[in-house]
Each structure stands twice: as C-alpha cells, then as structure tokens.
Design a protein around this ligand. Structure first.
Ligand code: UD1
Length: 428
C-alpha cells in the first residue's frame, strides 16, 4: 500500500498550480445525467474520487471521452442502469449526488446507503425528505435507497416543484435538490441553501444548460423547472479552483516558515481561512495570479469554530490545527459540522503535538517541537494535516494509507516537491 515518506523540516517556497475543485467537479459530473445532450467539463482534478464518479456514470450508460486528462465530454443519451452500488458508495459518499438527477430525469434511482464513515454518522435524511416533498417515494430496501416517482396518467413520473426549507445547511443536499428541481414541474424554492462556492459553480453550469435559477450565491434559490435541459454546447464548463487544495498548500507555507503562491486560488473563496492565517501572523497577498502566503517569525495562536460557508471550512480544520501546533500559545479550534472529526489529533500527538480534546473543541498548545514518527492517515483532510506536520517535523515521518490523500489531492507529492519538500511515495 502506498505511503509517503517525508523528511523534514523543510521550508516551502515557490508557486503551485491549484487544480479544479473536487467538490465542484463531482456534482458537475452527475449533472450530465440531466440531459441527453453532451456536457463538456474542463479543469477536472486528477484524483481518485473523480475517476470513481466517472466509472459510476459509465456503469449507468453515460458515454464519456476525455479530450485531455482534465477535460471530459459526457453524454447520458440512453441509460442502462439507475443504480449506484455499495462498492462505489462505500468509497465515495458523494455518489448520493446521482439520486436527484436520476429521479428527476428517469423517474427513479437506487443508491446504496452510505453506511458508517470515519468522520461521523453523515446521514442523507435531508436529501430524501426534500425529494419526498417533491413527490418522490422513498423506500429503503436491502441497504439501498430507492426513490421513484409514480406515473399518474398523462402526467407521468415527474417531480413537482416544492418549498424546501433545510433545517441545517447541507452542501450535497442543496446540490441534489437544485439538480432535481431543474427538471421538476413548476417552481422549487430552497431556503437555508448552502452558499459554498461549489454550489454556485454547479448553479452556473446548470444555467449554461438552460436551467432557470434565481438567487445564485445566496441562501434562497428559486428554480423554475424545465421539461428538458440542453448540454453545455461547444463551450466547456470549467470547474472553479479547489479552495481546500489551495488552503492546504498555503498552510504548508505557513507551517514551514515559507513563502508560497497558490496560482489561480481565489481569495474570496478562502476569506475565513486567510483571516485566520493573518491572525496567526502570516502575510497574505491576493492578486490576479492567485493567493500568496509567507511567514517570517513566530506564529500566534487563534481561536475559531468551523461553520458553513462563508465561515471557516471544516475541510481546512485539520490543516489549521496542524499549523497551530507550531504557534506560541494556546489555540481553541471547535468543530461544529461533523462529529468525530479530530481523528488526526492522536496522530499529531505522536509527532510531538500537545492537543487536548474537550467536547467538540481541540485545545492546542504550542509551539511543539515536532519529530518524525510513523503515522496512519484516517480520512482525506486528516491525512493532509499529517503531511503538514511532517513537513515541519525533524527527521522522517512515514504516513501510511495515503489512498485517502489520493482521493482528493491532485499530484500532491509532485506539487510538494516542486516547492522544495522532501517527500517520496513509497511502499509502506
Ligand atoms: C460536503 C463536502 C465535504 C464537506 C461538507 C461540509 C462534497 C462532495 N463534500 O459534504 O467535503 O466537508 O460538505 O462543508 O461536497 N446532514 C444531515 N442530514 C443530511 C445531510 C447532512 O444530518 O441529509 C448533516 C451532516 O451529518 C453534517 C452536516 O449536515 O453534520 C453538513 O453536512 P453536508 O453539508 O451535507 O456535507 P456533505 O454534503 O456530505
């Protein structure tokens, strides 16, 4: 099994190109199910989750060809299956994103229940309640969610617009309902919708396919359903740059006392994170080229809590926590989105960090002298935190189970090496 061998400490400097956002590319891929016409997507990151989603769509009969590694044309002209099997959903929960499009266009879909997940329970009840409110019947049979719309005379198997008020912000839930609503009969109004940049990116793609969506970028989305959507035409939709990947490399700059430009990164998508870096003493420069972070001198501790966008992203919590192990003083980092999202803490402690968990808050006292040790990655972003700590640690750190990193980071070791890190992919 692949592992990373990181020899530190190193000081990262230079520039790194940020790939397209995994979390924008996943719903963009499933949006191809909404139309019989070709959907062209560009800027897809080369990560395992995208390959998995592409394979899942292919198993349903979606024809795809890659014009370049990061560009793909998908065509869901005829569908042979409306099922996302357990083997896929087990490795990638985002497979639930096929459900809304399938029910909306074909009147039914079957998706394996996600089951347990390393970072908490993560149910999909809000997706299902919303689809139910739009007229789908939902049954859970043999571990599968089966959603279908019954044919009522001439009306036949179409979802109806509805008022969907999410009691809690859900990113993929908003995306599923948004896609379904584009082909529903009548108007759907989503309130307390997620305003993550990836939701906005999906909405822009849908509009380019002929959807009618008002309120893009706000917490209230009003969708006028259409009988059909078109493809993207000849102009590919380019997915937005990955703010979490960018944040990870900027945190790498900070933890190594370095200076890194994340090319194409958009400061406005990273506001809360960049504010935290500034509060910690980093110099942040935003330009047309991207976002640059440099640190020269000691880091200060910060207190923060994760929150839905535009709050501090939970997907950068582990990386910031790793950074705070090097700050002089005590930081308090609260996780409000997911339970059990401190799996990185025990591994960071093995590298010499001083972190105490109090309920949903990690109390980090630094600066710790980090020292290399063998550690094990547990989920995607926890793995990134271990890489950051390893870059700042003295000696060798062997990070096992980096298949988690390969799910979401495009060519991480190549990018890190180009910034001066000493990292090798080894068998471990
Ligand atoms: C998405 C992101 C993930 C990110 C998360 C929060 C993708 C593919 N993944 O995940 O990287 O960490 O947003 O920013 O975009 N919840 C329910 N019932 C539901 C749905 C959600 O209780 O039906 C809860 C979850 O357990 C969690 C919270 O709502 O506590 C937010 O989850 P949600 O925004 O849905 O996360 P994902 O869309 O799965």
């Amino acid at each position: 099994m692949d592992a990373f061998l990181v020899t530190g400490p190193s000081r990262l400097s230079g520039s790194v190109s940020i790939s397209g956002a995994k979390n924008a590319a996943l719903p963009a891929l499933t949006a191809s199910l909404l139309t019989a016409e070709p959907v062209l997507l560009a800027g897809l990151p080369r990560v395992a989750d995208i390959a998995t989603m592409t394979r899942l769509l292919a198993s349903m009969g979606v024809v795809h060809h890659g014009d370049a590694p990061s560009t793909v044309t998908l065509r869901a002209h005829a569908i042979s299956s409306t099922e996302a099997p357990y083997e896929v959903v087990r490795t990638m929960r985002a497979a639930i994103l096929v459900l809304g499009p399938l029910v909306a266009r074909f009147g039914e879909g079957r998706v394996s229940l996600p089951g347990g997940c390393a970072i908490g329970v993560r149910p999909v009840d809000l997706h299902l309640k919303a689809l139910e409110a739009m007229g789908a019947r939902i049954a859970v049979e043999q571990g599968y969610i089966h959603a279908h719309v019954s044919r009522v005379g001439a009306l036949g198997g179409r979802l109806s617009g509805a008022d969907i008020a999410f009691p809690q912000v859900t990113v993929t839930g908003t995306e599923n309902v948004l896609m379904a609503a584009c082909l529903a009969r009548g108007t759907t109004r989503i309130t307390n919708a997620a305003v993550e940049p990836e939701v906005t990116d999906l909405a822009n793609l849908l509009v380019s396919m002929g959807a009618s969506i008002e309120g893009i970028g706000t917490a209230t989305l009003v969708i006028e359903g259409r009988e059909k959507l078109s493809g993207t035409g000849d102009r590919a939709h380019r997915v937005l740059p990955d703010r979490i990947e960018a944040g990870t490399y900027l945190a790498a700059a900070a933890i190594t006392g370095g200076d890194v430009l994340a090319k194409n990164a958009r400061g406005e998508d990273l506001r809360a994170f960049l504010d935290a870096l500034k509060a910690a003493g980093a110099t942040v420069t935003e330009s047309v080229e991207g976002v640059r972070v440099s640190v020269d001198g000691p880091l200060a501790p910060v207190d923060l809590a994760t929150a839905p966008h535009p709050g501090f992203p939970t997907d950068l919590q582990a990386q910031l926590l790793a950074l705070m192990t090097r700050a002089s003083g005590t930081s308090r980092i609260s996780e409000t989105i997911f339970e059990n999202r401190f799996l990185h803490v025990s591994e960071l402690v093995r590298l010499g960090a001083d972190v105490r968990i109090e309920g949903n808050t990690a109390v980090v006292t630094g600066p710790s002298r980090l020292q290399g040790a063998p550690v094990t990655a547990s989920d995607l972003r926890a793995s990134a935190a271990l890489v950051l700590a390893a870059l700042a640690a003295e000696g060798e750190t062997l990070i096992r189970r980096i298949y988690h990193l390969d799910r979401g980071y495009d060519a991480m070791e190549t990018k890190l090496k180009s910034l001066g890190a000493n990292v090798e992919r080894v068998n471990g």
